[in-house]
Design a binder for this molecule. Structure first.
Ligand code: GRF
Length: 207
């Protein structure tokens, strides 16, 4: 019998990646289940998606804390209360303090709309890639460590930049890749297939 690892999905906005993960969980062979969705702000579309799927939604408002440490503690407490073992950041715009890594040793993962280490950071990664004139950008799924967007890379996929691209068009093609890549990576994590060796993540065969 497949054990489905309980995950908390952390969001700040539209939640299209959340939706892709929700859709993936409809398959019994997907190795993760979403026990809670946590947003750093109220009223976002991602919380509506969670409610529509019957998944509990929790708001841990950044504005109530304004500081990384107490905010991180409340996010972790909320995730733990719902039994989460893994944190999945999906368009989450806050940086967690190191307490989160200590409390979720099974893993914290993030998805980023560029080929890291190019264009890290939460602000306008797609626009910055376009402004830089790159011909190829893409998607990175990585483990979260103390340094922003610098953890071991789980999966990457390139996306070609077309001459007529604006930010919206390029981001739409990047997101189509994200919606396929993120569920695959989460499934592999749930199956215990991801082995971190220094900076490298090795995808093991399933036991
Ligand atoms: C994604 O492009 C992701 O890579 C970045 O933020 C965006 C979130 O989109 N971290 P959504 O909220 O999942 O639609």
């Amino acid at each position: 019998m497949l054990r489905r690892v309980p995950i908390a999905v952390l969001v700040s906005g539209s939640g299209s990646n959340l939706q892709a993960i929700i859709d993936a969980t409809q398959d019994d062979a997907f190795a993760a289940t979403i026990c809670v969705v946590i947003s750093d702000r109220p009223g976002v579309r991602a919380l509506e998606r969670a409610a529509a799927a019957g998944i509990p939604g929790v708001v841990v408002a950044w504005s109530d804390h304004g500081q990384r440490q107490p905010f991180t503690k409340e996010v972790c407490d909320s995730a733990a209360r719902y039994g989460a073992e893994v944190l999945v950041l999906a368009g989450f715009l806050r940086i967690l303090s190191p307490e989160a890594m200590a409390r979720f040793p099974a893993g914290i993962v993030n998805i980023h709309p560029s080929l890291l280490p190019a264009f890290p950071g939460t602000i306008h990664a797609v626009r910055r890639a376009l402004d830089h004139g790159v011909k190829v950008t893409g998607v990175t799924v990585h483990f979260v460590t103390e340094d922003v967007d610098a953890g071991p890379i789980i999966a990457q996929e390139p996306v070609a930049v077309e001459p007529e691209d604006d930010e919206a068009a390029l981001h739409a093609r990047i997101q189509a890749v994200e919606h396929r890549l993120y569920p695959q990576a989460i499934d592999a994590l749930g199956r215990g297939r991801l082995q971190v060796q220094g900076r490298t993540v090795v995808w093991k065969e399933e036991a």
